[in-house]
Design a protein around this ligand. Structure first.
Ligand SMILES: Cc1ncc(COP(=O)(O)O)c(C=O)c1O
Length: 478
């Protein structure tokens, strides 16, 4: 039987039959468990070779819906504090479903005039929201990793031009190593990007004053002085992923400005500090940088995968990502082509969700989400402070609260091992999705609160669950 003629009627009946299941998934986000226990066992027997004739769309989709219930992470839900993961606002989530319904493609204007318009509009709004100069260029990408990729590609292009070379045309051959200076707060994605761009991870110079990675300002200043006017790239970290701390943003930029530097700010989640008066002092002066990374799927609460790259120079982005072929829009095409200043050619309609959430809730709504999460972080930190067995490991000013289980009478190494095992136990339990990491060399839980859905009762229960599972682990050990 030829499958194709059946697909048109099938599409209609599947939408009739399954449309409400999709709506229920979004509606029940608060109630689903963070990570269903036993998902590995559920998925274990599923690998198979490609079916010759398929099992049919209805059966396939039913089984996908069931598998998501048994083995899907509820990362959009109120009890996911892993990595730095936002929820989706109602407007953003539904707008994203609309983008998917249209299968919108936003490489260039002709494929989705509305999608491209929304991207340009949303980029302008984001510059207003974060206090970035109106003349900067911006592009939507898959997240902060790719945003760092775009920004550092522009930085590398600038650096090449300082040496009289267009590196996107002729490469790095014959050039010295590009100096990259930062603190110990630098995110792994920046190192990955520099590896991909031929700069090399280990070429990054990290000036750390302590085991937390805080900037050694004098060493940084002296290193720039020693470059004696040679062009260099400085990466400022506005929001460190383990403890939520910031480089001294303004001071770092001021010093860089005395030298021949491109200044990049990675503010994947930390840039949101700028939109509340309670935290704006954490990231002053970012508008004097040359490029800025910020994520959408973290604290803007738009669905995955969305990030934004901003640079002061559209032309550098266009050169770095130059992409021409006879069938593509030319550089002097009067219509915009967002895909020409970023790494992706084909790209989905990410702009729908960002545009919708900014339009629906405005600046005030974004500030409310940020301040809601700041309050949640303080509520959780207070609960940790009152606990006999939980120990606060940072002074949370933003949305990350580092803590560990510490029943007393154990040395640091023993506590590290206990907390590592407790981290595994929390994941296996599934009521909360949260990760452990190292902060100042010690193993900690580092819940990040970035989701409008999270309530005080969620974080209070989280503390109780860690205490409960910690006690159980100790009993099992003795
Ligand atoms: C400071 C920073 N930069 C970059 C990233 C990478 O972000 P993404 O996962 O969106 O690529 C993260 C992720 O947590 C981050 O915290």
């Amino acid at each position: 039987m030829n499958t194709v003629p059946e697909m048109r009627p099938e599409m209609r009946s599947l939408l009739d039959e399954l449309g409400t299941s999709i709506i229920d998934i979004v509606r029940d986000t608060d109630d689903r468990i963070a990570l269903p226990p036993g998902s590995e066992a559920v998925l274990a027997g599923l690998s198979e070779s490609l079916p010759e004739s398929g099992s049919g769309a209805r059966q396939t989709l039913d089984s996908l819906l069931e598998l998501c219930e048994q083995a899907g992470g509820n990362t959009s839900g109120p009890r996911c504090f892993h990595f730095v993961i936002g929820g989706s606002t109602p407007a953003a989530h539904i707008a994203d479903l609309i983008a998917t319904a249209h299968d919108a493609v936003t490489y260039t204007w002709v494929l989705s005039p509305v999608g491209v318009h929304m991207e340009l509009q949303a980029i302008d709004w984001l510059k207003e929201l974060f206090g970035l100069p109106a003349g900067w260029a911006g592009v939507m990408v898959t997240g902060a990793t790719m945003s760092n990729f775009v920004c550092l590609a522009a930085a590398r292009q600038w650096w090449g031009e300082q040496h009289g070379v267009d590196v996107s045309e002729t490469g790095l051959v014959g050039l010295p190593q590009m100096p990259v200076l930062t603190s110990g707060f630098v995110h792994a994605s920046t190192l990955r990007v520099l590896a991909l761009q031929g700069i090399g991870r280990s070429n990054v110079r990290r000036f750390s004053a302590d085991e937390f990675g805080r900037l050694d300002v004098n060493a940084y200043r002296h290193a720039l002085e020693a470059l004696d006017g040679q062009p260099a790239v400085v990466v400022v970290n506005a929001g460190e992923v383990n403890g939520g701390e910031f480089d001294p943003v303004e001071e770092m930029i001021d010093i860089a400005r005395e030298h021949n530097c491109w200044v990049h700010v990675d503010g994947a989640f930390g840039l949101f500090a700028r939109i509340s008066p309670r935290t704006a002092d954490l990231a002053p002066g970012v508008e004097r940088a040359d490029s800025v990374t910020v994520d959408g799927h973290k604290w803007l609460n738009v669905p995955y995968d969305t990030g934004y790259a901003f640079t002061r120079d559209h032309a550098l982005m266009a050169k770095a990502f130059r992409y021409s072929a006879d069938y593509l829009p030319s550089e002097d095409d009067p219509h915009p082509t967002p895909g020409a200043i970023g790494p992706e050619s084909s790209r989905r309609g990410r702009s729908f969700a960002t545009w919708a959430t900014l339009k629906a809730y405005g600046r005030e709504g974004q500030r409310d989400i940020v301040e809601h999460c700041l309050d949640i972080a303080q509520c959780f930190a207070a609960r940790v402070g009152e606990s006999a067995t939980l120990e606060l490991m940072n002074e949370p000013r933003l949305n990350i609260v580092a803590f560990r289980y510490n029943p007393g009478g154990m040395d640091d190494d023993t506590l590290d091992e206990l907390n590592r095992r407790l981290g595994d136990a929390v994941i296996a339990d599934g009521r909360f999705l949260v990760g452990t990491s190292k902060l100042g060399g010690r193993t900690v839980f580092r819940p990040a609160f970035s989701n409008w859905r999270t309530r005080d009762e969620d974080v209070l229960e989280f503390a109780a669950v860690v205490e409960e599972l910690g006690e159980r682990l100790l009993r099992q050990q003795s």
